[in-house]
Design a protein around this ligand. Structure first.
Ligand SMILES: Cc1cc2nc3c(=O)[nH]c(=O)nc-3n(C[C@H](O)[C@H](O)[C@H](O)COP(=O)(O)OP(=O)(O)OC[C@H]3O[C@@H](n4cnc5c(N)ncnc54)[C@H](O)[C@@H]3O)c2cc1C
Length: 592
């Protein structure tokens, strides 16, 4: 039965569209892919769960120094080779050096494209204002007043419209379509306004659906980021890699959300619990002062320097009930001179004041928030093809150039570099291949049947909230096998609740399917965290506190199990290694 007929059988209104390439996502990576595929002559349909410019980390991510790393705009001694080495040094063995090479080589060209599209990168004197990120040998990251990604997406989306890209928004990807050979043949999505399904036939699919922020109670992206792409790819048997590594750290959680980068810590704010007690000294080893820990602070959390005690202290105060009602502690900047605030955190100060916050007067609520996934669906070629023919994966959804650690600025660069390569590659793939066979809607039918099964007990909000609480407590700062098993049980419980019936009408089906996606992606992440029985960078297992190079100095791939998909198949991925080190972590200014 064709996909459209299968869906109509369930009572859905169904529309049909066709394109050479369908691009899913509305962030930096997807909008770049849409532009590049259209420039390469393909007809392109792009769909995004939140309206383009409003959803995802690229547009929402704000930090004092959000920026994209690329050599060629700063020191003459910097180069693609140095950028390559800076990326391989902290993560070699966990990442694909061919992909890293093109990342470093192409990033300057993609900056040049953005400049041509009118992105107003910050300037100083007669050059660009450059930030030296974690692991960076040189200052090489360019930004736009802390809202860098928003500027990218705005310029790229305008260009996509000019090139005739058909943008459907808000529209959520529900599933991939494949023909009888397994090749991707399109997607099924739901138009979130009309609540009609959209079946898009396409010769190539590019997925750029970003991370899995919505699996955690506190996060610094937008709510619709529920790990849909990871879950859908996993279900289809794609290989994922490095799923145990994710980034998180201190972030203001109210009245707006903002990551607190090093610039906030070098001001030495006071950290107070709900009783007004300055708690950081309680967590520091003898000889380490709060000021020294704050001077070392990097975002994200890492066990490789003493700033780790800051995140541990905040998380522990909150977990033990000494936090605020919003799951935060208080930061006070009251004792810091106005001129220092203005000189050190000008963007932050502007954003706070715009929200009616005065850091000289108000206590700020700071929690530990999830920032991004370092693992993802494995890219197997330099044009970002996944292990599924015709399916390209880009940006934070994709895996291969981010390992236990990554240089700050590389994620925005990755979105631009592989967005472009996937767009061009997908257009060429569409041009060079025969039309796929008839799309079979049968694999989706089972899930829809479950989502529509009557069940008055199914409460998507409660299930999501329970899962988020378990992930926040057990799968963020300090991890243990027993805690991870609690998170795993929460993911399994959410899946079981979905399996009992989503109780949805056709128009609400997305809520039930989202629970299934969240539970699936959480299950994969947690199992990967359990499998890595050592501590490395942000993956801190207090029950296995040492790094164990003898057993774990390699990336792990994950695919669904054969009999039971959730008996995951782990495999060692033999990326040719470089020495993995974290020694340079404390040297630079930092950002995500
Ligand atoms: C606060 C913060 C600061 C950061 N700072 C930096 C930095 O300084 N430098 C750096 O390099 N990186 C930084 N990062 C990381 C970087 O911003 C992200 O990794 C990167 O922007 C991700 O881009 P993306 O296009 O892959 O995903 P996103 O920008 O997250 O976009 C994902 C898109 O997919 C859509 N989507 C999701 N699910 C579906 C679905 N089912 N159907 C259709 N569409 C869907 C979303 O609506 C969204 O449009 C930061 C991240 C955050 C959150």
């Amino acid at each position: 039965m064709t996909a459209v007929r299968t869906l109509e059988k369930f009572g859905f209104g169904v529309d049909h569209a066709q394109a050479d390439v369908v691009v899913v996502g509305g962030g930096g990576a997807a909008s770049r892919a849409a532009v590049s595929a259209a420039q390469a002559g393909a007809t392109v349909l792009m769909l995004a769960k939140a309206p383009v410019g409003q959803g995802g980390s690229t547009v929402h991510g704000a930090s004092e120094i959000m920026s994209m790393g690329a050599s060629g705009y700063g020191s003459r001694d910097d180069s693609a080779t140095v950028h390559y080495e800076d990326t391989m040094r902290p993560a070699g063995g966990f990442i694909d050096r061919d992909l890293v090479r093109v990342l470093a080589e192409d990033a300057p060209k993609r900056i040049a494209d953005l400049i041509e599209l009118g992105v107003p990168f910050d300037r100083v004197d007669d050059g660009y204002k450059l930030i030296r990120s974690d692991f960076g040998s040189y200052a090489r990251a360019l930004g736009v007043k802390g809202k860098t990604g928003k500027a990218f997406v705005s310029a790229l989306a305008d260009e996509a419209r000019k090139l005739g890209v058909d943008i459907r928004q808000p529209a959520a990807l529900i599933d991939l379509l494949r023909d009888s050979t397994g090749r991707v043949s399109g997607v099924v999505a739901m138009d979130l306004e009309s609540r009609r399904l959209l079946v898009v036939s396409a010769r190539a699919v590019v997925l750029g659906t970003g991370g899995a922020h919505g699996l955690f109670s506190q996060q610094v992206s937008t709510a619709e980021m529920t790990g849909d792409g990871q879950a859908i790819c996993f279900r289809h048997g794609a290989e994922l890699v490095n799923m145990e590594f994710h980034q998180f750290g201190p972030a203001m959680v109210h009245p707006y959300v903002q990551l607190f980068s090093k610039s906030c810590f070098i001001l030495h704010p006071k950290m107070l619990n709900r009783d007004g007690h300055e708690f950081l000294p309680d967590y520091l080893p003898a000889g380490v002062t709060p000021e020294a820990a704050m001077d070392e602070k990097v975002f994200p959390f890492t066990i490789s320097n003493e700033s780790r005690y800051i995140d541990i202290a905040i998380a522990t105060e909150i977990a033990q009930g000494r936090g605020t009602e919003r799951g935060a502690v208080h930061f006070s900047f009251a004792d810091i001179a106005e001129e220092r605030l203005a000189a050190t955190i000008p963007n932050t100060l502007r954003w706070m004041r715009a929200k009616g916050l005065d850091p000289k007067r108000d206590l700020l609520e700071v929690g530990i928030a999830f920032q991004c996934l370092n693992g993802g669906v494995r890219m197997t070629s330099t044009d970002a093809m996944s292990t599924i023919e015709g399916l390209f994966v880009i940006g934070e959804l994709a895996g291969g150039v981010r390992g236990p650690d990554r240089p700050g600025g590389n994620s925005l660069a990755e979105g631009q570099v592989f967005g472009h390569r996937a767009g061009v590659g997908a257009a060429a793939f569409a041009r060079g291949s025969a039309a796929p066979g008839t799309s079979d809607g049968a694999p989706l039918a089972g899930r829809l049947e479950t989502a529509l099964k009557p069940n008055t007990w199914f409460d998507a909000q409660r299930i999501a909230s329970d899962l988020r609480a378990a992930m926040q407590t057990h799968c963020l700062v300090e991890k243990t096998e027993s805690g991870l098993n609690i998170a795993l049980a929460a993911a399994r419980e959410a899946r079981a609740e979905f399996a009992a019936g989503g109780g949805a009408t056709p128009s609400q089906v997305i809520d039930a399917l989202t629970i299934d996606n969240m539970a699936t992606t959480a299950d994969v992440i947690v199992q990967a965290c359990i499998e890595r029985r050592e501590s490395r960078s942000s993956h801190y297992r207090t029950d296995c506190p040492e790094r164990d190079d003898a057993h774990f100095s390699h990336a792990l791939t994950i695919t669904r199990g054969e009999a039971d998909p959730f008996r995951l198949a782990f495999d060692v991925l033999d990326y040719p290694g470089a020495e993995v080190t974290d020694a340079s972590h404390s040297q630079a200014a930092n950002h995500g």
